[in-house]
Design a protein around this ligand. Structure first.
Ligand code: AMP
Ligand code: MG
Length: 307
């Protein structure tokens, strides 16, 4: 699936180019009260256009919708930004591209996209990511994860090493999860937003493990990229509320790359992530991603911290 990987990396690179040219500026609040910007809609249009051209039969499950664009009052600005990357276009065409991401049902082969993961980080000028993955038979197989804060696009495909290439241009080089085996040496990362994961439970887990370093807080799937290239050893995402269900686009790309880099990703109960339920990880609870060696110890500490 080298072809899919190359298309995914190129699409993410174009989306990053669009996003880099947009001032974070004003955000519009969606009906679920989460923020959305010109960059979110523009990124989804650019990536979905590339997928439509290369793989016209593949469904795409993505975060944004043309309805939300029309309701946001941002349409004219989105069209102008998309035109900067793709050439002259109009609102209807851009809406058609965005709505290629409106699939919600599971299929044996589908793409999932978070056009800007970590929008709150983007608005603060911190980490964000463009996250694209191809899920085949329920397994994230191909992924491209653009992380401007790290300066890289990480990617993977079956049978090839996980790799990263500079956003600025340059060769693709293999990356690998760390070899840290003593939990006391673990470098843990977690969300910046306290509403997105339970920092207090993470602290209890770290204490049980004897972790010495303070956690590093980063927005977006840049946390998965950090684990995949050995900058961090553990990414914790314990739920803050019993009823929150994780979205597939927040995890598919990152999980594929961490696994390809030799790490492990499960939910907090040690279950494999189940990407066969549509847009939601409906059969999972929270996320634990590690370099692999630390995984069982982290799961045991999580179980004890929650008991
Ligand atoms: P992060 O940047 O890692 O904090 O994650 C950003 C993602 O968190 C967004 O894309 C949202 O889909 C997701 N999110 C929103 N609310 C919650 C919540 N209550 N718990 C977990 N994730 C959430
Ligand atoms: Mg997201």
């Amino acid at each position: 699936m080298t072809g899919e990987r190359d298309v995914a990396v190129a699409a993410v690179r174009d989306a990053l180019r669009l996003v880099a040219g947009v001032r974070p500026g004003d955000a519009h609040e969606k009906r679920d009260r989460s923020p959305v910007t010109v960059a979110d809609f523009g990124s989804q249009a650019v990536v979905c256009r590339a997928l439509a051209e290369a793989f016209p039969d593949d469904p795409v499950i993505a975060e944004e919708s043309a309805d939300a664009l029309r309701a946001s009052g941002l349409a004219d600005r989105v069209v102008a930004e998309v035109a900067r990357v793709c050439g002259p276009t109009d609102v209807d065409t851009v809406c058609t591209w965005i709505d290629r991401g409106r699939s919600t049902a599971y299929a044996p082969r589908f793409w999932t996209l978070d056009p800007i993961d970590g929008t709150k980080g983007f608005l603060r000028g911190d980490h964000y990511a463009v996250a694209l993955a191809l899920v085949v038979d329920g397994e994230p197989a191909v992924a491209a994860l653009g992380c401007p804060g790290l300066g890289i696009i990480a990617s993977c495909a079956p049978g090839e090493p996980a790799s990263a290439e500079p956003i600025a241009g340059g060769p693709r080089a293999p990356i690998a999860a760390s070899g840290v085996a003593d939990p006391r040496d673990a470098r843990v990362c977690e969300s910046v937003e306290a509403a997105h994961s339970a920092h207090d439970v993470h602290a209890a887990i770290a204490e049980r493990l004897g972790v010495r370093a303070a956690p590093v807080r980063m927005d977006s799937q840049a946390k998965y990229a950090a684990v995949a290239r050995g900058d961090a050893d553990v990414y914790l995402r314990l739920p803050t509320r019993a009823d929150y269900v994780e979205r597939i686009w927040d995890h598919a790309a990152g999980a594929a790359i961490v696994r390809a880099a030799g790490g492990r990703v499960t939910d907090i109960d040690g279950r494999e992530l189940d990407f066969t339920c549509g847009a939601l990880l409906a059969r999972n609870r929270g996320i634990v991603a590690t370099n692999g060696r630390l995984h069982d110890a982290v799961l045991a500490a999580a179980r004890a911290a929650l008991a």
